[in-house]
Design a protein around this ligand. Structure first.
Ligand code: ADP
Length: 655
């Protein structure tokens, strides 16, 4: 993300004004915003008020250490004003303000994780892109939806009044900055409205927008009162507070509407879309705190980014302390947004203290319980919404199986998996569903892991299960290997990989089949031994199987070895590990196997036999998604066989 800054300087009235280019991504974002979000004009005001409120929060926080910053004006507020003649709309605050350098970086670049992913996802389709920008977060730049020129004048708290900055831009390729004077700390943003945006020049209209989107803002938003003169609206000198101006989470639940909860979410999460659901509660006891937790409606662009910001906003006795306090949530709930307001923590609590604090541990445990409760409720009462949640965040929640042992059972109950009893990977089943459907006499929960749904669905290991109608869970997320590593049982039933160890179907086994197997093992003993010799060190053992109905062979891992899928994942991530030799299982009923046995009886040449043995092994490797050590050798073997079958090969020619 490199900026394309070209500097030109000019002198004007003795003050130095510089023109700087926007970072390329900003230009692109501005262009998109103006062209795709014109039907969401009201959000520009919401975003500016949201930023003003954040700036006041930050000042209040910095003033905890340095009271001089408030400079005798500790009453933080936001002003909204308009000027009909000049056609401007102004939002100002007495918050932390911006220094020159801060204005240049914060209002000229995008420094967000997920930016690259966002730009990669853009398609050029306006409706779709508008939706994506919303998910990405619009912020300050949304002013250009309604303004063709924006002037920001700001004095950083603590700086002398002649070191204020004026930033100005028409929202095209560049912006200017110059040093100016400003009496009061804080930021004033003037929007020079585009042609036709006159609705923002009415006090009545502005107030209704503020009430709708910004009522939850904890600071007073002040505006001049309107008067009606000669049938027209004008401003009086008297001011009034437009919003409720109290922290939303401190209000009684019954007095907060869904819209207010949703707007508050958009403010703290910098999200454009409403959340999926939320939970709001006050906890009393050893630790006293209020929590308001949200599940977003969609995964953010940086969900898988290790450096992404996560966590909740932390307040102490209603004073904002920090954003992204990740200690307040376990990692597997990192997609949650919200606030915690503690009554007990000291105001000077730092990230380091949070890391070690026992009190924080208690809060984190409390938040996890609440969050799981909310998800259980969603799963039980709004299954469609839960499905949506699972699609967006399921893979993250699954990590909880290993991370939160105290809640393992609850997390397992919330998990969903693809299944042989469903047609598509999207239709998922819960472990409880599975257990309820178990066959009479079935004792285990069967699953297979693979690196894709298709590979799992088509695995030869499932053949016998299909024949007997036994359900198998199809696990194809990378995290699934980790899940089954921790989740050994559910509801008293153990989880069993169908590709590991000897197959024991217990009471589901036919006694006739069993007798049959023993007979086959005897009959094929010599052949198995020969295959084993041909394959050498590549296999641990060669044995007869009854897992297969259609395929001639498959590989299984020893009960104590990692599955082949896990071994591949670990290898791909660069981990050193010993070679685990698989067991090759041969289907004695398969015609190709019968054919080989006959040849073997007729004493076919050893080289020929070895080709067959290799083919059985290699196709088993391929069928479970593995890679061959000698793919060219495999291709050659297949071709020889094809020629032989079609009667044009050497062998046929001799006859
Ligand atoms: P976001 O708020 O999501 O970080 P924005 O584009 O809205 O993104 O704003 C970028 C940055 O500009 C903010 O993070 C903040 O540092 C700064 N900023 C915006 N508005 C103000 C303001 N009124 N006072 C101080 N800083 C501000």
């Amino acid at each position: 993300m490199s900026g394309t800054k070209e500097k030109t300087s000019e002198m004007e009235n003795g003050s130095r004004r510089e023109t700087l280019g926007f970072q390329a991504e900003v230009k692109q974002l501005l262009h998109l915003m103006i062209h795709s979000l014109y039907s969401n004009k009201e959000i520009a005001l919401r975003e500016l008020i949201s930023n003003a409120s954040d700036a006041c929060d930050r000042l209040r926080f910095e003033a905890l250490d340095n009271a001089a910053l408030t400079g005798g004006d500790g009453e933080l507020k936001i002003h909204v004003d308009y000027d009909k003649e000049a056609r401007t709309l102004t939002v100002s605050d007495n918050g932390i303000g911006l220094s020159r350098d801060e204005a240049v970086t914060h209002l000229g670049t995008i420094a967000k994780s997920g930016t690259r992913e966002f730009f990669q996802k853009l398609t050029g389709d306006q409706a779709r892109d508008a939706h994506l920008i919303g998910q990405f977060g619009v912020g300050f730049y949304s002013s250009f939806i309604i303004a063709d020129r924006v002037t920001v004048t700001s004095l950083r708290a603590g700086l002398p009044k002649d070191q204020a900055v004026r930033w100005e831009s028409g929202g095209e390729g560049d912006f200017s900055v110059e040093q100016v004077e400003k009496e009061m700390r804080g930021t004033e943003i003037v929007l020079h409205l585009r042609e036709g945006e006159d609705e923002f020049l009415s006090g009545w209209r502005l107030k209704s927008i503020i009430k709708k989107y910004s009522d939850h803002i904890a600071l007073p938003i002040r505006m001049k009162k309107e008067e009606w003169k000669d049938g027209a609206e004008t401003k009086s000198d008297e001011e009034e507070t437009v919003n409720q101006a109290s922290a939303l989470w401190t209000r009684p639940k019954a007095e907060i509407s869904d819209e207010q909860y949703e707007e508050f979410y958009k403010h703290i999460a910098h999200d454009f879309e409403p959340p999926l659901c939320w939970t709001h509660s006050k906890v009393e006891g050893r630790q006293e705190y209020t929590q308001l937790l949200y599940i977003p409606g969609h995964a953010p662009f940086d969900l898988w980014d290790r450096d992404a910001k996560r966590g909740l906003k932390l307040y102490v006795r209603r004073i904002f302390i920090m954003d992204d306090a990740e200690q307040l949530l376990p990692t597997y709930l990192r997609f949650m947004r919200g606030i915690v307001d503690s009554n007990d923590l000291p105001l000077n609590v730092s990230r380091e203290i949070l890391q070690e604090s026992r009190d924080i541990e208690a809060i984190r445990g409390g938040c996890a319980k609440r969050a799981l409760g909310m998800l259980e409720d969603l799963a039980a009462n709004q299954p469609e919404k839960y499905e949506n949640f699972w699609k967006e965040f399921g893979r993250v929640l699954k990590e909880g199986a290993g991370e939160d042992l105290a809640n393992k059972e609850r997390i397992a109950r919330l998990m969903r998996f693809a299944s042989t009893h469903r047609d598509t990977p999207e239709e998922c089943v819960s472990l409880a569903d599975y257990v309820a459907r178990m066959k009479e006499g079935q004792e285990k929960i069967y699953y297979i892991t693979a690196d894709s749904f298709i590979a799992a669905q088509h695995s030869p290991h499932l053949e016998i299960f299909r024949k007997k109608g036994i359900e198998v869970l199809l696990l194809s997320d990378r995290v699934d290997e980790w899940v089954v590593g921790f989740l050994n049982e559910f509801d008293g039933k153990s989880l069993q990989s169908v590709a590991k160890g000897g197959l024991d179907l217990g009471a589901l086994e036919d006694t006739e089949d069993k007798a049959d197997d023993e007979k086959h093992a005897d009959e094929n003993k010599a052949m198995l031994e020969k295959i084993r010799e041909s394959l050498g060190e590549r296999v641990r053992e060669v044995r007869i199987t009854h897992r297969l109905t259609d395929s001639p062979s498959c590989l299984v891992a020893d009960a104590h070895d990692p599955s082949a899928n896990l071994a591949r994942i670990l290898k791909a991530s660069g981990q050193k590990m010993p070679e685990f030799r698989p067991i090759l299982e041969i289907n004695p009923r398969h015609p190709a196997v019968l054919h080989l046995r006959e040849r073997e009886a007729a004493n076919a040449p050893a080289a020929h036999f070895s080709e067959w043995a290799n083919l059985f092994f290699e196709q088993a490797v391929l069928a479970e998604g593995g890679a061959l050590d000698d793919p060219a050798g495999f291709v050659k073997r297949v071709n020889t066989l094809m020629l032989e079958l079609s009667g044009i090969g050497k062998g046929a020619a001799k006859e």
